[in-house]
Design a protein around this ligand. Structure first.
Ligand SMILES: Cc1cc2nc3c(=O)[nH]c(=O)nc-3n(C[C@H](O)[C@H](O)[C@H](O)COP(=O)(O)OP(=O)(O)OC[C@H]3O[C@@H](n4cnc5c(N)ncnc54)[C@H](O)[C@@H]3O)c2cc1C
Length: 451
């Protein structure tokens, strides 16, 4: 094994796993990605929006034109009070583009996944679908991943990009001293019902669509929030409901351990009932939208961070390591960044040592966690504070929340990118990117450190 080429086995073909595949490919690290679903594009109910730093990472891997072709802009936020009147409107999304050179864009998940798949080199060799990870065995100088269909793959490391109920994480827990990893690292203080519907067409007597496209709408209630995101073709909606009971993980709820179960919101019909008559704009209620939904689903909104992101030759990335509430749309964005940071550590290590030992990998994994844990904890806290505020009894403190969200700009400006991938046409706004590419990696990439 010592002379075999370094190979990463990636588990999970969600947005983070697929971005990671590109990052590995572009930095010349061999990989194979295993996904348990039969296809990479997921049959999903809700869209996903990417912030400037997420779009910048897609630009760096050469996908900005395709990205713009499959997504819609978000330009403003509109807050609507309990009486149906717009209480505040901001064009903060447009400011983000001025600040960072990239806007905020809304995707449907299937198109994003398809774009990432189609633009990989030789995807049929590197991406294996219908393969569920069930075990990881260590062997001299490497690991063997085992799948439910009896097949297996030898590699140097396993990267668990397998989401909130990560099997890779569970196997790390099995193989580590008892108590080092939590069985349920995430808790859910909120539950959500989400879905999407076609953007309502203009009425006969009106020249503009009934619901303005490219807007994020927030409808506030005590203990609940309805969020709408409109693209030029679709409306994505999500209803957040604060649980009245002590937060529990969804796994615990499913196991019937109680505590988090609230029959009034765990049932979808009961959850949407209070919103059906909500007037979205003149002549359109949420009930009208719900009638035309193309897809819908519900979930507990787990949040938290895993204490240790690696063990042995397995390392976690994306929702498997850190989970934020979706109201600020930082989950996949943060996952992309973590994937870039992990690949940066691996590229730096492999440049010196093409066949790293476990101890060297441990150091690289620890450095990756040290870089990413703080920012993800901050994003988690900001999303939580914002959702608590938006659902506050008596109405949201909008000025305070807007002031708090301004903190995100400097964090976006510090976002990671791939050290070893040249990026001559990186866009910039009035708040320049401050991430510094280590000098050695910059030399290898043919560029200088960025200020
Ligand atoms: C309603 C909602 C709205 C959201 N909106 C946004 C948004 O606008 N912007 C944003 O950035 N984030 C958003 N998020 C968060 C975002 O969806 C997640 O952060 C993101 O999907 C995490 O990506 P991931 O690849 O780490 O995990 P996942 O998307 O969960 O993907 C994990 C993959 O691993 C596969 N897998 C699992 N177990 C195995 C196994 N044993 N073997 C093989 N494969 C396996 C799964 O099938 C899946 O494809 C939202 C979340 C929700 C719930």
């Amino acid at each position: 094994m010592a002379n075999q080429k370094f190979k990463a086995i990636v588990i999970g073909g969600g947005p983070v796993g697929m971005y990671l595949a590109h990052a590995l490919q572009q930095t010349g690290i061999d990989y194979v990605l295993y996904e348990k679903r039969d296809t990479i594009p997921p049959p999903t109910a809700f869209g996903i929006f990417l912030w400037p730093h997420g779009l910048r990472l897609l630009h760096q891997i050469g996908l900005i034109d395709q990205t713009e072709a499959i997504s819609s802009l978000l330009t403003k936020i509109s807050h609507v009070g309990p009486t149906g009147d717009v209480v505040r409107e901001y064009s903060d999304f447009s400011l983000l583009e001025l600040g960072h050179g990239y806007p905020v864009r809304m995707f449907d998940r299937a198109s994003l996944a398809q774009m990432l798949y189609d633009n990989l080199r030789d995807p049929t060799t590197h991406i294996r679908t219908g393969k569920q990870l069930v075990d990881i065995q260590r062997r001299a100088g490497g690991v063997t991943a085992h799948f439910a269909d009896g097949t297996r793959e030898d590699g140097s490391i396993v990267i668990g990009a397998d989401g909130i109920w990560s099997t890779a994480r569970e196997l790390m827990r099995r193989d580590s001293p008892e108590g080092l990893f939590d069985a349920n690292p995430y808790l859910a203080g909120y539950r959500a019902v989400f879905g999407r519907a076609p953007l309502p067409t203009p009425r006969q007597d009106a020249s503009s669509p009934v619901l303005e496209p490219e807007v994020q709408f927030e409808f506030h209630r005590d203990g609940a929030l309805l969020q709408l995101f409109t693209s030029k073709r679709e409306v994505h909606f999500i209803i957040y409901m604060r649980k009245k009971t002590e937060p529990r993980s969804e796994q615990e709820n499913k196991a019937g351990k109680g505590g988090g179960f609230d029959p009034n919101i765990d049932d979808t019909d009961a959850a949407i009932a209070p919103w059906l008559d909500t007037r979205l704009v003149e002549g359109l209620t949420f009930g009208d939208l719900w009638q035309t939904r193309a897809a819908a689903g519900g979930a507990d909104l787990d949040e938290g961070s895993v204490g240790l992101w690696s063990w042995g030759r397995t390392v976690l990335v994306g929702d498997a390591a850190h989970k934020v509430l979706p109201n600020q749309g930082m989950g996949a964005n943060g996952g992309f960044e973590s994937a870039a940071a992990l690949v940066n550590q691996l590229t730096a290590l492999l440049r010196h040592e093409p066949h790293p030992h476990a101890a060297e990998l441990r150091q690289a994994f620890a450095a990756y966690q040290a870089e990413r844990q703080g920012p993800m904890a901050a994003f988690q806290r900001m999303a939580r504070d914002e959702l608590d505020g938006w659902t506050r009894d008596g109405g949201p403190p909008l000025d305070a929340l807007r002031a708090a969200v301004a903190l995100i700009g400097p964090m976006v400006a510090r976002a990671a990118r791939l050290d070893a991938v040249p990026f001559p046409d990186e866009r910039m706004g009035f708040a320049p990117w401050v991430y510094k590419v280590p000098a050695e990696a910059a030399r290898a990439a043919g560029g200088g450190p960025k200020l």
